[in-house]
Design a protein around this ligand. Structure first.
Ligand code: HXC
Length: 273
């Protein structure tokens, strides 16, 4: 028998929206819901996602093309968002590059690319949003990071180092921008089903079936669970929460296999997609 307190909320496959949603938090938690801006290097991808979000929520969604590594592109995107909606209340930094690769064969440029996207990208967007809106109006930043550096996960030196730096950035900015009424927090998801990250990093499904019983929760997480936790951090429920790292992984990081010999088969499955 499972207690309702650890029950998994509904989810959908891949990049779809839930067909119906029963609110766990009150529906007006963010006052009147949120209009959304989503940005990615690939405009067709975010445009498709925007269509689905508009259909599912009835809110507006502006898709934008932006590479977080290019400050001029970030400035133009933030300008466009402000032109469209007049304000920004919440910034979710979730751009990330990753793949499994042993440090010994990781190219110099591969390490740099992941740090550029994850760490420098997070700084670029945070700084531009601060300058153009948060400094004068306050706001909330949620940085999506990872637990990889906690135990020094094998084949993840690039992503672990990049995300650990983001967690440090979270604390620095929480302290420095707190007086401007800005809260900054990190959220570190575990392995989440139906995501790009899991497709790239999860390895063959069979291996996961063998691995998940080793995790405390005996299962993968789902996207709705991450959404609920981000919503908590972004909302007034967390009004006195700043500078923290919220781990949302069912306790997974403590027991995840971390033996390079056993995990070598994953490497081949994470070849460039
Ligand atoms: C080794 C790789 C590689 C791979 C790319 N590179 N893929 N090295 N294994 N699988 C190397 C390239 O050879 C090149 O180095 C350098 O990285 C840059 O590659 P490019 O393709 O030129 O760069 P770019 O297109 O800018 O970005 C590539 C990318 C990106 C970083 C791989 O496409 C990407 O990661 N996309 C995935 C996005 C994603 O899934 N994000 C979610 C992550 S989830 P050389 O030396 O050849 O020039 C996550 C959660 C972790 O991180 C927690 C889980 C529990």
């Amino acid at each position: 028998m499972h207690s309702v307190m650890a029950q998994q909320p509904p989810d959908v496959e891949e990049d779809e929206c839930l067909p119906e949603y029963r609110h766990l938090f009150c529906p007006d938690l963010l006052q009147h819901g949120c209009h959304i801006v989503i940005a990615s290097r690939s405009l067709p991808r975010v445009s498709l996602a925007a269509e689905k979000l508009v259909a599912a929520t009835g809110k507006q969604c502006l898709p934008l093309s932006m590479d977080v590594r290019v400050p001029a592109a970030v400035m133009a995107a933030v300008d466009q968002a402000l032109k469209e909606f007049g304000k920004i209340d919440i910034l979710i930094n979730c751009a990330a590059g990753n793949f499994l690769c042993p440090a010994s064969v990781l190219s110099f440029n591969a390490f740099k690319t992941v740090v550029d996207i994850d760490t420098i990208g997070t700084f670029n967007v945070s700084r531009v949003v601060y300058e153009k809106f948060f400094r004068d109006h306050g706001g909330v930043i949620v940085n999506i990071t990872a637990t990889l550096s906690f135990r020094g996960q094998v084949m993840q030196v690039h992503a672990g180092a990049a995300k650990a730096a983001v967690d440090a950035m979270t604390r620095h900015l929480a302290v420095e921008w707190g007086p401007q009424n800005i809260r900054v927090n990190s959220l570190a998801p575990g392995p989440i089903s139906g995501t790009e990250g899991f497709r790239r990093l999860g390895g063959p499904q069979a291996s996961w079936r063998m691995k998940t019983p080793l995790s405390p929760g005996q299962r993968l997480g789902n996207k709705t669970e991450i959404a609920h936790s981000v919503l908590y951090l972004a909302s007034p429920l967390a009004s006195y929460v700043s500078g923290i790292l919220l781990v949302v992984d069912g306790g997974n990081w403590m027991t995840l296999p971390n033996d390079i010999k056993k995990l070598m088969d994953f490497e081949s499955s994470s070849a460039k997609l």
